[in-house]
Write a protein that binds this ligand. Sequence first.
Ligand SMILES: O=P(O)(O)OC[C@H]1O[C@H](O[C@H]2O[C@H](CO)[C@@H](O)[C@H](O)[C@H]2O)[C@H](O)[C@@H](O)[C@@H]1O
Ligand SMILES: O=c1ccn([C@@H]2O[C@H](COP(=O)(O)OP(=O)(O)O)[C@@H](O)[C@H]2O)c(=O)[nH]1
Length: 506
Amino acid sequence: MTGNKKGQRLLIVSNRLPLKLTRERSGTWRLDRGSGGLVTALAPVLRNRGGVWIGWPGIPQEKAPPNLGELLDRAGRDLGYRIAPVGLSRREQRLFYEGFSNEVIWPLFHELPTLANFDPTYWLAYHQVNRKYAEAIAAESQPDYFVWVHDYQLMLVAQELRALGVNSYVAFFLHIPFPPLDVFLKIPWRLEILNALLQFDLLGVQTARDRRNLLDCFRALMPDVKWHGRGRVVVGQVNDRFVRIGDFPISIDYRSFVRRAGSKEVLAVRDGIRKTLANCKILLGVDRLDYTKGIPHRLQAFREALREYPDLVGKTTLIQVVVPSRTGVPQYRRLRAEIERLVGTINGEFTKPGWVPIHYIFRSLAPDELLGYYRAADVALITPLKDGMNLIAKEYCVTNVDNDGVLILSEFAGAASQLQHGAILVNPFHVQQVASAIHQACTMPITERKRRMKKLRQSIRKQDIFWWVDSFLRSAIAKDLSEFPQLDEYMPLTTRPEPIASIPGA
Ligand SMILES: O=P(O)(O)OC[C@H]1O[C@H](O[C@H]2O[C@H](CO)[C@@H](O)[C@H](O)[C@H]2O)[C@H](O)[C@@H](O)[C@@H]1O
Ligand SMILES: O=c1ccn([C@@H]2O[C@H](COP(=O)(O)OP(=O)(O)O)[C@@H](O)[C@H]2O)c(=O)[nH]1
């Protein structure tokens, strides 16, 4: 775990850059920092170690401002690390991002194979764009860089890098689930994908189930690779190289959420919502518009709860926030129509003067506004059909500093493995069970709510986003399996993010 600190630089690669490029009414372009957990966790490490973030700036190359390079250089100087863009044409965006990434891998890895569209032109584009990312990495990379590639859009990058002669340490983290063997087998390019994944040095997934699924696929389709170890990280031998597979549940910046939860802006939003919905229990759902999030099933379960438990009628309101997403993919457009039809039908059935059962918001919320909604909600209703992790679940709990909220959580969210002891776990396909969980949550005594919420918040505090980065990097540098101690022993809670493990390759 020692090493020459000089030169241990990080090169982060993700489909999107951690910046938002928008055009103002005046026609001038502006770049804002992205706000996700990944940026929060990796930005300090990148600043400390020095490094580069490579990704797509979020708009088609044809529409990019002519001074994009200059804008990104300036943003990089403010952030303390370099930003290197990968330009994608409108066509590449359509075939690689909307096509292969979001019409093939996304539905299949979420175990919805009937939604997949195995168009061979998508696969070609996926290959070409992964090569483009690899070329951008090769142009930036030094032999001693630790390259960390993120997510399902970029599964072929290590293979393309090796073909370009780059032999740096290359790690990969998959943010979405890895499917069971019988689902994975349906991909026409299954062998190509597994072969490409073996070119990484470390493969990280969210949960033990994802790790088992990935290993099952390797064992079934590539019996020559021998795997050793039984713990959270296992090692496979591929000719003369080793590849590690481990599960590392991603998390959030606990302390920052707690701090922000008490700000006057957040409290003002909370108070405004509570005043408008006085005397009502507030249920909250917040999701990207995505068929994996189970929004129609949830609306049906809420309708069932109103039908089955008349004591909820007039006294319970569901606020459902849907954030527009992937509007270029046909299924997402259809889903929006389905949700809006259901909201209309349910409101039509139950609304009476002074009470509307569902408040529907179709837009993204500003960060403080979102926290205000979390704080106003008595119950968070998080029922994806399948989800890599689901950070909303963690954000809701951590923001609930009064410990009086209730989390209803799908057993198919990655977050369920860490939050099972405090949440009410449900099967999102079982409408009556979810309805009964809604009733249970709305009538739960305060002592039980506090006991459950404290447990939830404690487990997220122990394994926050800095723990996640640290565990991942430490698993990369451990020399052999005996060096993988219990991951929760890695970093004392009081120290962060300074003692991040040194990075291999130095
Ligand atoms: O970039 P988009 O296509 O607009 O989609 C947004 C992101 O969605 C996915 O999130 C996943 O990562 C989360 C953090 O690890 C996890 O909690 C969630 O369950 C996953 O679905 C996607 O993986 C990202 O690449 C997208 O940027
Ligand atoms: O109006 C909104 C709603 C959500 N989020 C953020 O979107 C992320 C959603 O992450 P999650 O893991 O739950 O699901 P994903 O959308 O990545 O599949 C969370 O960090 C939220 O804070 C946001 O920035 N604005």
